[in-house]
Each structure stands twice: as C-alpha cells, then as structure tokens.
Ligand binder design. Structure first.
Ligand code: AOF
Ligand code: ZN
Length: 368
C-alpha cells in the first residue's frame, strides 16, 4: 500500500475534483506484477490502469488500492466489474469512498467472494484530504503557508520581507504551489511583493491564482495578471469596486468575481469558499498576508498549516503572520496538531500542522 500511495502522490494537484489514487497488483508469491495511477478527470481509474497492463487478467492476485473501487459509471466505467472479471482473489483498500452512489465497492467485492481487507487507512485518508473535504463540504481544503522569524514576523518594522527564509525553503514553497489547485493571496501582498505565484521548478505545473481585492486595487501591470503570462487569475472583489477598473483587469486577462461586500467592505469568505467548491477547486494554498490568514483561521478554514521558520528575530511592532483582532481567552484560540517531525531545509525549519478536530467551531466570530 505504501507503494500505491507513492504512485498516487505523483499526480497530486493534477486530478481535481477527482482523488489521487494508486494501485499495485501483486502475484501469489508477493511479486509486483502491475502498477497504476489516476491521472485526472476522464483518465482511467488507478485499478483499470493497473489491470490493463495485465490484459485485464490477474487470477489469484492481490490488489492494493488507496481508494475503494468504484461502482458508478461517471466519466469512466465502474471499476468493481473489472476487478471481479480479472480473477483477483484479494483487494486491500485504503480510504472508503465518501461519495453517495460511488461507494459500496467493498461490499460488492465481498458479495463476489473476493476477500477485502484494509491497510494504511489513516495515511490514505490524509493523502486525499482535498478530495475528502470537497466531497463532504463542497469546498476546497485550505493550506495556510507562511515564512516567519522565530518571533512569528513576516516582515521587518520597515515592511521588508525579502528574504526571511533561504533558498531550500523557498524552493519547497514552489513544490507546494505545484501540488495545489490554486494559490490565494490578499491585495496587500500583491501591492507589497508583486508576486508571480507560479511554481518555478522543473516539471512543475502552475496553480490558478486568486486575489482577494475588495476594492480592485490590483495594479494593471501586476505580475500575476495573465497578460504577463502564466495561468488563470481570478480577482475576487465586492460591489464597492469601480466598474471601469473591472473592465481594465478583464482586458489584462483576469476573471473578476463580484460579491456583495460585508459591512466592513470585505469579501464574504463563506460565499467565496462555496463558490470555489462549486468550480471544482479542491485545494487552495493561502499565502497570506496576515489579514487573510486571520480570516481563514477565524472561520476555521485553516485545514493545514505549513510554517517555514527562519532562525532570526525581528522584534518590535513588525507584522506577524496572523493579523486580525485576535482572541481573549486560550479556549477561544484555534488549535492545531503537529503532523510529522520538523524538517530542516538549509538553516530553516518546516513545520506542518492540521487543524485540531475539536478546535471550537460552535461559536466562530462573525465573518468579517
Ligand atoms: C478517480 N480515480 O482511480 C478512482 C476513483 O466519473 P469519474 O470517472 O471521474 O470518477 C470519479 C469518481 O470515481 C471519484 O469521485 C471516486 O468516487 C471514484 N474512484 N476516481 O478519479 C480513481 N478509483
Ligand atoms: Zn473506479
């Protein structure tokens, strides 16, 4: 199953809104005889990809697959009949398919007298967090990323931020961009850093770019506009933004999404999040700045955090990676769980967290 997870991982960021899935078929003596992976909507499912390499026949073999084989005819035919017809004796499944009408594969295989067991379920579930989040809530999974000093700052007291972390940490960010469907930043980050938001690594693919810009202050020569090259750019704004600026940004290649502004003039985050889900976006890397991170954390949308920590101290009233109003009590603080050990990247450290399941969602602050 560990090998099947590796095969799936190669396609992370390329399969939305579908899951990443890997499959390994092993003969009676335990030798690998075929491998398969899912490469995106319309492409073969991992099970069929592997079985095809054996002409559809694998009598007595064991199939490891990171997601329950499907029962439905969608963009491609169902996998369960192909597994049954292959003569596979045993199927080892990771994640259960959460989509009503797609699941039930485990039961169907057992009815066909194929032995089904489970393995590495938690690892398989974790590998498909975007797909599972989108299937359940019809919204993307969000990863908040920040490059910070030991005292949690993202810039100096004079606003300088280039560069807090070293080359290895910055290359790692490009890997994150490569593996998410979209990257999102606030207008203040666009004005301060003029980022490209592309994945500049060999073999990488660029994510879609999203800017939260309530008043359409994005400069017409901003690097992240498609006119300057690169992938799609969506600028999310409110009814308070001037129509003429919208036309100019559209001419520069951007798409503009308008929402009714909240009382404080901000984009309504809950509506945006639902709209991203409706557009089949399953994973978004949120690159700040502090106000944007605060909004996602306050609304409990910070499914995962990736923090790059540089061994430096700025001190003073420099901005921290989470702005906003903050909370008054410790129980009201958003909680996270450390995922895996810290990773050293040059002089810096990378820490990953997921949102604690019991972090309070019963009483989130108002969406502002
Ligand atoms: C995949 N790849 O390897 C497996 C999937 O309509 P389709 O063909 O795009 O099917 C997508 C659904 O199929 C997906 O939501 C999941 O429920 C099921 N299994 N999907 O994309 C795979 N095994
Ligand atoms: Zn399938």
């Amino acid at each position: 199953m560990a090998r099947a997870l590796q095969l799936a991982e190669k396609w992370r960021g390329r399969t939305a809104p579908n899951p990443i899935v890997g499959c390994v078929i092993v003969d009676k003596r335990g030798a690998v005889i075929a491998e398969g992976a899912h490469r995106g909507p319309g492409a073969k499912h991992a099970e069929r990809d592997a079985l095809e390499k054996l002409g559809g026949k694998a009598p007595g073999a064991t199939m490891y697959v990171t997601l329950e084989p499907c029962m439905h005819s969608g963009r491609t035919p169902p996998c369960v009949p192909a597994v049954k017809a292959s003569g596979v004796a045993r199927v080892v499944v990771g994640t259960e398919d959460p989509i009503p009408g797609h699941g039930g594969g485990i039961e169907a295989l057992r009815r066909a007298k194929i032995s089904v067991t489970r393995a590495l379920v938690a690892a398989c579930d974790a590998s498909n967090r975007p797909f599972l989040t989108w299937s359940q809530y019809r919204r993307p999974a969000f990863t908040l990323k920040a490059a910070i000093t030991l005292d949690g700052k993202i810039a100096t007291v004079k606003g300088r931020s280039k560069w807090i972390t070293g080359d290895a940490a910055r290359a790692d960010v490009h890997r994150l961009r490569d593996t998410h469907d979209a990257v999102l930043v606030g207008i203040r980050t666009v004005l301060a850093d003029d980022p490209w938001l592309t994945a500049r690594l060999r073999g990488a693919r660029d994510p879609m770019r999203i800017v939260l810009d309530g008043k359409l202050r994005t400069p017409l020569d901003a690097r992240l506009l498609p006119k300057q090259g690169g992938p799609r750019t969506i600028i999310v704004t409110t009814d308070q933004a001037p129509a003429a600026k919208e036309r100019a940004l559209v001419k520069a290649g951007a798409e503009v999404w308008r929402f009714k502004a909240r009382a404080n003039g901000h984009v309504p985050l809950d509506l945006l999040v639902q709209e991203l889900g409706a557009k089949d976006i399953t994973s978004v890397l949120v690159e700040g700045g502090g106000q944007v991170h605060a909004s996602f954390i306050d609304r409990r949308y910070a499914d995962e955090l990736v923090l790059y920590i540089a061994p430096k101290v700025v001190g003073g009233p420099a901005p921290s990676w989470v702005g906003g109003k903050g909370v008054g009590t410790i129980p009201a603080a958003a909680g996270f769980v450390l995922e895996g050990p810290p990773v050293q990247l040059g002089d810096d450290l990378r820490l990953r967290f997921t949102q604690a399941p019991d972090t309070r969602i019963d009483d989130p602050p108002p969406d502002d």
